[in-house]
Every structure is written in structure tokens, then in C-alpha cells.
Design a protein around this ligand. Structure first.
Ligand SMILES: C[S@@+](CC[C@H](N)C(=O)[O-])C[C@H]1O[C@@H](n2cnc3c(N)ncnc32)[C@H](O)[C@@H]1O
Length: 430
């Protein structure tokens, strides 16, 4: 097994010009001696990389993933890259969603195992034409969503199993795209032309409302359509679970020093905390915290779905209203401010500051901090999705500093996560 560093170096070394005389593999077989590597041996090394080799080391896994994506970007021709965006992604997504709509993933994951196409048809409700499902499955097999083991025979993969396992929230994430992300992305070029290519900043009249049948903004649509709300909440849970827990990025034991816990004061308030993953990380790290010292806040319909430890107080609260929990040691917001343009973000920050005790309370923002160059696919995708859905944006170190200064805060430190995706921004009242 080659080391991960060697694999990344090999991936990064592959150049399109090496293949320039070849174009197709059968030509390469005859002209392979012109390549600076043995194609079979490189393919063997790549195919030998299984998720298990990383033994849970997310940092190394993500480095190899990024290198593999760079490799594709280099070796694919411009036509192949365009084909991927214009032809492949729409139909693969359509096949995934159709099988969700047919209830296929859920039934298959429950039972498991290799199945014939007829057995897969038997999983579907309503029933589907065998040849229709065969065509979708051929496509999904070509994209390694399922494994083709013989003619009309398929095995599940970790990905297809995850779609069928509701606890992973992968199905919810795909469904959220069908519900909102795809239509908004499709609408974005025309919308940007319509607003004369000004940067979108309006939270109500924006690209989402332009693509929504009732002209609703993103959160307005979630409130109106419970199924959309369920899908988005699930997507948020999957996204947050994928990230490094904030308690591993910032050492929260430092907050215990000097914290007033005996008098029933709050320790951490998680604003817009969704169903409670982040606040639960705090309890997991500090299980002896007194009952009620951890507070989860979100909109009422989110709080109603939160399944959290009894020690955590779940509280419906609109963060554009004054913060009711005063004098907490810490106020925490994860992926909240990136949803809002600066004027709304300022209002939220000022509401929070008004509840804080200067010199005691700290503010923690866990969000993307865009680097000056080389922002990753994950960071830049989130930035433009925020534009598309919410007229919002990811921020740089400079724009975070200004946003916080305008609301009366000074930044103590930026704590980067090991995945290099987000940072915990530690701030205090000036
Ligand atoms: C992008 S999600 C982040 C959720 C969570 N902090 C996390 O990282 O998993 C934004 C959250 O803000 C909540 N939210 C939106 N508007 C809100 C409001 N006016 N008051 C309180 N929460 C709100 C949403 O319900 C959602 O849970």
C-alpha cells in the first residue's frame, strides 16, 4: 500500500499532456512507453484506496479526496468536464431522486444484499416498469452508486445504503436539493442578469423568491411546507455531523475556569442550534454541568423536533428578538451568520451583545473563514449557495473583523478546524 503522501504526489503529478498522443486507452496500450508511469500500476494504486485505510483520519482522507478531484480536473478534456456538468449531473440526480420517490433505497437498505432487477422492482411503490428501473440502475452502476455484479444483478454500496438509512440524513439532503437548491441554482444566472449583476443582499426579494412559485424567501418556504422543512433540517444535521465538533476546535474547558455555575447561571447558549448536535457536544465533553446550564435555541418547529438530553434546556427563540438568556459564559452560533447579509447579521449580534456581561461572557462563531486564496470546493460552494438561496455570503477574516467590530466586538482568536473548512471565532465585547 503506497503512503498517502505518495498517492497525493502521484495524483498531482499526472498531466494531460502525457496522454496527448493517446486520447483513448487502446491507443495508450500501444504507446504506453511514452508515459512517465505504468498506467496499470497507477490505476492499481488508486483502486486500492478504500475508506478503511484512513482509519477515521478525516484530515488525510480529505487531502486524498481533494487530490483526486484535482486529478480529474487536469486529465479530463474541456469537453468531458462540460459533459459532466451539463449531461451527467442532471440525470444522475434524477435517477437518485426517482428511486427515493419509489421508496427503493429504504426498502433495499432494510433487507440488504445483492438483488436482481426484478427483486428491486418488487421494492418499489408505486411499481415501476422493469426496463425503466434497469436503465436507471445501469446509470447508477456506471457512477458507482450501486455495484453491478452481473446482468441485471446489483449490490448496494455504502452510499446507496446511506440513502436508505434515514439516520444518515443523506436522503433528506438529496431531497432538499430537489425541493429548493436545484431550482434556485437554475434560476441564478437569469436572476443575476435581472438585477444587473449587483451582489444580492435582499433577504426577501431575491433569487429564491424569484424561483419560488409563491415568491417566498428560503426560510418562508420552509415554514410553509413541512416536507421541505424536514428535508432541510436533515441536511443541516448531516452537514454538521460531517464537520469537526467545535469542542475539538476550541478547548471549552477554558470556559469552565471562572464560570459561575453554582448560582444557576447559563454556561453555553447555542443560537439557531437546529436539533442540538453542537450543544450535545458540550454536554458530552462536560457531563457534570448542572441541569439547565446548556441552552438550545431555534425556531419553534425546530425545537419541537429536538431530541436532546434532559439536562439541556430547549427554548424556542427568534434571534432577531432580544436575547432572553442573560449573562451566559458563552453564546455560540454555528453556520448561522453565514445565512444573513451584514445588516441582519449585525442585528443578531447586537441582540446577543445586549445579553452578555462585558469581561465575562464570550461569543463563539463557528463558520467558514474564506482564505485570501485557495478556498476549497466545500467553502466556495457554500458561499455561492448562500448567494443563491439567501442573498448571504461566506466571509473572509477581514469581513468578519469588520462585521464584529461594527456590532461592538473584538476578535480574540480564529481557531481553525483540522479539516480546514471552518474556524471557531472567539470574540468579546470591546
Ligand atoms: C444553517 S442552519 C445551522 C444550524 C446549526 N447551528 C448547525 O450548525 O447545525 C441555521 C439555523 O438557524 C435557524 N434559524 C433561522 N432563522 C432563525 C431565527 N429567526 N431565529 C432562530 N433560529 C433561526 C434555522 O432553523 C437553522 O436551524
Amino acid at each position: 500500500m503506497p503512503s498517502q503522501t505518495a498517492v497525493i504526489a502521484a495524483l498531482d503529478a499526472a498531466k494531460p499532456k502525457w496522454f496527448s498522443h493517446n486520447g483513448a486507452e487502446y491507443v495508450q496500450a500501444h504507446a504506453g512507453d511514452r508515459l512517465p508511469f505504468k498506467t496499470d500500476s497507477v490505476i492499481g494504486s488508486l483502486d486500492a484506496i478504500e475508506p478503511g485505510v484512513f482509519a477515521g483520519n478525516e484530515v488525510e482522507r480529505l487531502k486524498v479526496r481533494a487530490a483526486a478531484r484535482r486529478l480529474l480536473a487536469r486529465v479530463e478534456t474541456p469537453y468531458e468536464r462540460a459533459w459532466g456538468f451539463c449531461f451527467e449531473q442532471p440525470v444522475v440526480f434524477a435517477a437518485l431522486q426517482t428511486c427515493i420517490d419509489l421508496g427503493l433505497w429504504k426498502s433495499w437498505t432494510r433487507v440488504g444484499g445483492e438483488k436482481s432487477i426484478d427483486e428491486l422492482v418488487a421494492f418499489t411503490t408505486p411499481t415501476v416498469d422493469t426496463n425503466l428501473l434497469r436503465r436507471l440502475f445501469r446509470l447508477l452502476a456506471a457512477f458507482n452508486v450501486v455495484e453491478e455484479t452481473g446482468e441485471d444483478r446489483f449490490k448496494p454500496t455504502p452510499f446507496s445504503n446511506a440513502i436508505g438509512d434515514e439516520s444518515t440524513k443523506v436522503r433528506a439532503s438529496l431531497q432538499a436539493a430537489t425541493n429548493q437548491y436545484l431550482a434556485a441554482g437554475h434560476n441564478l444566472p437569469a436572476y443575476l442578469a435581472k438585477i444587473s449583476y449587483k451582489e444580492p443582499t435582499d433577504i426577501n426579494t431575491n433569487n429564491h423568491s424569484d424561483s419560488d412559485p409563491d415568491g417566498l424567501n428560503f426560510f418562508g418556504r420552509l415554514q410553509k411546507t413541512p416536507a421541505y422543512f424536514e428535508a432541510f433540517t436533515g441536511h443541516m444535521e448531516a452537514w454538521t455531523a460531517w464537520k469537526t465538533p467545535w469542542t475539538k476546535v476550541y478547548d471549552t474547558t477554558k470556559l469552565l475556569e471562572g464560570a459561575k455555575l453554582d448560582d444557576g447561571s447559563p454556561f453555553v447558549v447555542d443560537l439557531g442550534g437546529n436539533t442540538g448536535i453542537d450543544i450535545s457536544h458540550v454536554l458530552a465533553k462536560h457531563p457534570d454541568l448542572p441541569t439547565g446550564s446548556l441552552v438550545l435555541q431555534d425556531l419553534p418547529e425546530v425545537i419541537a423536533n429536538a431530541q436532546i438530553d434532559k439536562k439541556i434546556t430547549a427554548m424556542a427563540h427568534d434571534f432577531f428578538l432580544p436575547q432572553p438568556v442573560k449573562g451566559s459564559r458563552a453564546y455560540f452560533m454555528h453556520a448561522v451568520l453565514h445565512d444573513w447579509p451584514d445588516d441582519k447579521a449585525n442585528q443578531l449580534l447586537v441582540n446577543t451583545k445586549d445579553a452578555m456581561v462585558k469581561g465575562y461572557s464570550k461569543l463563539f462563531i463557528y463558520d467558514i473563514v474564506l482564505p485570501p486564496t485557495g478556498a476549497s470546493i466545500s467553502q466556495t460552494t457554500m458561499d455561492v449557495e448562500m448567494m443563491s438561496l439567501l442573498s448571504a455570503a461566506e466571509r473572509t477574516q477581514g469581513t468578519w473583523t469588520k462585521l464584529l467590530a461594527d456590532a461592538g466586538f473584538k476578535i480574540v482568536n480564529f481557531w481553525p478546524d483540522p479539516q480546514q473548512y471552518e474556524m471557531v471565532i472567539e470574540a468579546e465585547i470591546v
